[in-house]
Design a protein around this ligand. Structure first.
Ligand code: UTP
Length: 299
């Protein structure tokens, strides 16, 4: 029987160069999708999955992210005075219980695997933990990590990565799975490779930024092996689990993933999340229809 997953690591120490110059002073995770920063979507998803402890791996210049979770008595007082109960509830969703949140510094951006390793002392030697990359935003009826936690508990342990089919020509931008056998949404992973050169990818099932990892993965990260792009890759540490005979599963989640680490993905997410808001839908849809009409008239 697997132990409950109650801790999640949020690696947010990357440089976010694809969003320069914005990310010169604004952490990517604070950038706003409709009216919420990316990090709030990640926190909501983690809470829905039963996560109780939130570990952020940060770096220089991420102060705004830490401030985001602070209580704001002045704002609260003002909203209360004006009777803005709905905004008050929105504000409270950003609050974290005392002691439920921890910040660890990654001093150098040596890769996602290294960022996760930086949190090693905050995890128990026997507990599985989740990793959430906030720039992968997933729209789903049941939040993605919750789907994974439920499937993980049924499988009884090991490690699990969120997986999604991608067009073959895009596979070389992802961690890619080799796998066998399928039980509903889960596949048994037999190999994993980070950013395989085009044409060498074992499948078109790619790893997306949600993981439930066995504690042994931390031990593998201890080796600090350099992988693709000269970075310490999380994918490699998970692949080591397979060679050591432990189970790794790919989980095909139900939902739509947006790559908010890229400009095109962020814009698509903005439109999609905007259209899902009843108060914005009509105006935004009218505008999109207008654009489509102008485009087809020009063709
Ligand atoms: P990305 O590959 O998107 O890198 O990292 P990045 O630095 O955030 O963005 P670009 O490519 O320069 O635009 C994926 C996730 O891993 C974290 C990032 O913060 C992001 O959540 N990460 C990456 C770290 O925490 N540390 C690292 O050394 C690398």
């Amino acid at each position: 029987m697997s132990r409950k997953v109650t801790k999640a690591i949020f690696p947010v120490a990357g440089l976010g160069t694809r969003f320069l110059p914005a990310t010169k002073s604004v952490p990517k995770e604070i950038m706003t999708l409709v009216d919420q920063p990316l990090i709030q979507y990640a926190i909501d998803e983690a809470r829905a999955a039963g996560i109780k402890e939130f570990i952020f791996v940060t770096s220089r210049g991420k102060g705004a992210l830490e401030d985001y979770f602070d209580h704001s008595p002045v704002l609260e007082q003002e909203l209360r005075k004006k009777g803005k109960d709905d905004l008050m509830a929105t504000l409270k969703r950003t609050y974290m219980d005392s002691g439920a949140i921890a910040y660890i510094r990654q001093h150098k951006a040596l890769g996602l695997g290294h960022a996760v390793w930086c949190a090693r002392r905050l995890l128990g030697p026997k507990e599985p933990f989740a990793v959430i990359l906030p720039d992968d935003v997933i729209a789903a009826e049941k939040p993605c990590l919750q789907q994974m936690v439920e499937a993980y508990e049924e499988l009884g342990g090991g490690s699990m990565v969120a997986a999604m089919e991608v067009p073959p020509e895009k596979a070389s931008s992802y961690g890619v799975l080799d796998y066998e056998g399928e039980t509903n949404e889960s596949v048994k992973v037999t190999g994993m490779v980070e950013k395989p050169p085009a044409g060498t990818e074992p499948s078109n099932l790619a790893v997306i930024g949600r993981y439930i990892l066995a504690p042994e993965v931390m031990k593998n990260l201890n080796k600090k092996k350099e992988g693709a792009g000269g970075e310490i890759q999380l994918t490699d540490a998970i692949a080591d689990e397979i060679s050591e005979g432990r189970n790794v599963y790919g989980y095909r989640f139900a939902g739509q993933r947006f790559d908010c680490g890229s400009k095109a993905g962020f814009l698509q997410a903005t439109i999609s999340f905007g259209l899902s808001r009843p108060e914005l839908r009509e105006e935004l849809q009218d505008y999109l229809d207008e654009l489509a009409a102008v485009r087809s008239a020009a063709q």
